[in-house]
Write a protein that binds this ligand. Structure first.
Ligand SMILES: [Zn+2]
Length: 231
């Protein structure tokens, strides 16, 4: 008996969504819960709900999401585990699932590096990890594209946004990132990664910061879950 099976008996691993005991081949989520996830399909990688959300304020080449985000749903539970409960293994699994989708549609062609949306140093210290970085690592495991965390810095935290209306969020995220060593990105095609994209204002702010300081940068964006703007 291998160690994994022995551990499964002593300390059974459970599905992060339904809490049923996982089979030996299952990771983080059971097959039934994965099947029920609201996978989202875009007709075009370069003209869709995600890229249109960013076009007003930022320059973006293509965009993709794995799932549709809904409040009080399994996806909400997933994101809670990824963000607040230390489930870096789940972040990486979701990253690999996103990568499978990206590779199936040739989305990764020409992409030089993966850049996760950073946390501020302070928030990174309190949370202990950046969920977006672990998602990026999952994407990297499947695609072989390197993860770079040294080009984009977050200088201020977002204020707690739950009480702010969408219009105010644009203002609040205006200058929260800083580009570092922009010459290293010159002429590159990057894929910016995040867990959930809502209004897109944080993503747009990161894109603006990079585009302003890097000559001939091409940017694409992907996330695990995208909210519907209609609620
Ligand atoms: Zn399950």
């Amino acid at each position: 008996m291998n160690l994994r099976r022995l551990l499964d008996i002593v300390l059974p691993r459970r599905c992060a969504i339904c809490h049923n005991i996982l089979g030996p081949e299952e990771q983080c989520l059971c097959a039934a819960c994965i099947t029920r996830l609201p996978f989202r399909h875009f007709e075009s990688p370069t003209d869709n709900d995600l890229v249109r959300r960013l076009w007003n304020t930022a320059s973006v080449y293509s965009g993709e999401t794995l799932l549709a985000y809904q409040a009080d749903s399994d996806v909400h539970t997933l994101v809670q585990h990824m963000k607040y409960r230390g489930r870096t293994d789940l972040c990486q699994l979701m990253g690999r699932m996103l990568a499978d989708k990206l590779m199936a549609q040739d989305f990764c062609r020409g992409i030089d590096m993966l850049i996760p949306i950073p946390l501020s140093r302070k928030r990174l210290r309190t949370r202990g990890y950046n969920q977006a970085e672990h998602i990026a690592r999952g994407v990297s495991q499947a695609t072989g594209i390197p993860v770079r965390t040294d080009f984009l810095l977050r200088i201020v935290d977002n204020p707690t946004q739950t009480s702010l209306r969408a219009a105010d969020r644009m203002h609040n995220t205006a200058r929260i990132f800083q580009a570092r060593n922009p010459n290293g990105l010159k002429g590159k095609h990057i894929l910016l990664l995040d867990d959930v994209i809502t209004t897109g204002s944080t993503t747009a702010s990161a894109l603006q910061t990079l585009t302003e300081s890097v000559p001939r940068l091409t940017s694409s964006v992907a996330c695990i879950a995208l909210t519907s703007l209609n609620g």
